[in-house]
Design a protein around this ligand. Structure first.
Ligand SMILES: *Cc1c(COP(=O)(O)O)cnc(C)c1O
Length: 474
């Protein structure tokens, strides 16, 4: 197939890779510059060859150079970086779940850049245990005899089942064979652990006698899984953890509850729904309990397993434990967060996840007014800036039915030249990116998840987004 005169003409105008590379102002390594220039020119070449009448503007040297510089900048920018969460989803798994208080990430920095007593017993001057830093603290806070921490709660469930129930049966209610999101499905995790699933009851109703009649020679464990992200309502019956614990005691079969989120704070004290606390679940006689570090606990990503010492010891000795080992930076953050829980009222103030969940209506209103004032001061004639009622979500598969009334600062385009979606897209291009919600043709920025220092960032982001939107429409 031959190419047209105009295509060939444009191809001849493309600069040489070397020429373009020499001309890039950025101080990137030469090899990176060459790669970028090659890619830009390759893309242009395929564009020219694939379009019947390519745009002559595309081969202008300045255009090509600008494109190469833009690509170089984006290539050199670290990929994982902070964003502003204006979505109102507090434990937003895609946006990193929980934020750590400043004093805690300072502690992480200290341990990151220096040697530490990670697995060293300073009293005896010999090898120590990585878990020693949090085990006693976890027992003190929850009333359990022993504790172990791993990479995340999925790993906690996997290693617990593998240790106690491989090739044996685990009894679980059909109402609890849940999918948490991503790829965590209880039946799949059980299969991976080698445990044999023994489902009892129905989706909406499971009775104690269902568990009891399923118990046999092969039963290794009675499992309860927190429904986390949904609730079955109507004609329902579930067996409480204390009933199950009693049954386990009668038959000498351990009872394990995967609590999912796991909270030390009783949220009903803050006007929210009651969610059984870890302490309550332990007090009910549950042999093993596992939960996440970064959901309602508000700490770093981790999986926490607490319970009877003999069982925890077996899990600790499982070779798989090495594969799901907690990292030292996580461990230092987890220890510091746990320490805060010794004073629960302080914890609610200091731990950002808890603080955001329990913000008062007055505080939400005054923060929203402050942000509105700040954005109105930008004097953007094409956008109306207001405050609206909205509902935030807890997220992270926790408290799915909890309504969190909140306030949002809204942006409504006044003209038809750009839409709320355009504003949202431009805000996302900011550095740091600002992530918003679009509803009913308006940008919603839920004040609940916007941190104090974010207000200034949002103002700057909106000013430059607006400038780009206005200039691109002419
Ligand atoms: C979230 C959740 C998990 C997975 O926890 P991660 O810490 O995200 O690995 C497991 N089980 C339940 C019930 C959950 O809600």
């Amino acid at each position: 197939m031959g190419y047209s005169q105009s295509q060939q003409g444009l191809l001849r105008k493309l600069p040489k890779v070397d020429e373009l590379t020499q001309d890039l102002s950025n101080k990137a390594p030469h090899r990176v510059k060459v790669t970028v220039c090659r890619r830009v020119l390759d893309d242009l070449r395929s564009y020219i060859l694939s379009s019947p009448s390519p745009d002559p503007e595309s081969v202008k040297y300045e255009t090509i150079k600008r494109q190469a510089e833009r690509r170089l900048t984006s290539l050199l920018r670290p990929s994982l970086r902070p964003v502003v969460n204006a979505t109102g989803v507090v434990i937003h798994t895609n946006l990193g779940r929980s934020l750590l208080p400043k004093e805690i990430y300072q502690a992480m920095l200290d341990v990151a850049g220096r040697y530490s007593n990670l697995e060293y017993n300073l009293n005896r001057g010999e090898r120590g245990s990585r878990y020693s830093h949090v085990e006693e603290l976890l027992c003190e806070l929850t009333g359990a005899d022993a504790a172990l921490v791993v990479n995340n709660n999925a790993a906690a469930v996997l290693i617990t089942l593998e240790t106690l129930a491989r090739d044996r049966e685990v009894i679980i209610s059909r109402g609890e064979l849940v999918e948490i999101g991503g790829s965590f499905r209880v039946p799949d995790v059980m299969e991976k652990s080698g445990a044999i699933l023994k489902e009892v009851g129905t989706t909406n109703r499971t009775h104690l006698r269902d568990y009891e009649s399923a118990i046999g020679e092969q039963t290794a464990l009675l499992l309860k899984v927190h429904q986390s992200n949904f609730q079955i309502v109507g004609f329902t019956k579930a067996v409480s953890i204390s009933e199950l614990a009693d049954l386990g005691t009668r038959y000498s079969i351990p009872v394990f509850e995967d609590l999912g989120s796991g909270n030390f704070i009783d949220f009903s004290r803050y006007g929210m729904r009651h969610e059984p606390t870890v302490q309550e679940v332990v007090a009910a006689g549950t042999d093993l309990v596992s939960f996440s570090g970064d959901k309602l606990l508000g700490g770093p990503q981790a999986g926490i397993i607490i319970g009877k010492k003999a069982l925890i010891d077996r899990i600790k000795k499982n070779p798989m434990n090495r594969a799901v080992r907690i990292d030292k930076l996580t461990l230092v953050a987890l220890e510091r967060v746990l320490r805060l829980y010794r004073d629960p009222e302080q914890a609610v103030k200091i731990i950002p996840t808890l603080n955001m969940l329990t913000l008062s209506w007055d505080e939400l209103k005054s923060r929203a007014r402050r942000l509105r004032r700040r954005l109105r001061a930008l004097k953007l004639p094409g956008i109306s800036i207001d405050i609206a009622d909205t509902v935030s979500r807890v997220g992270g598969g926790a408290l799915p039915l909890q309504r969190l009334n909140s306030k949002a600062v809204t942006l409504s385009p006044k003209e038809r030249t750009f839409s709320a979606i355009h504003i949202g897209t431009e805000l996302r291009k900011n550095e740091p990116p600002v992530i918003v919600r679009i509803e009913e043709g308006r940008v919603f920025m839920d004040i609940r998840t916007i941190q104090d220092e974010d207000q200034g960032i949002i103002a700057k982001a909106l000013a430059s987004a607006y400038a780009r939107l206005v200039s691109s429409q002419v």
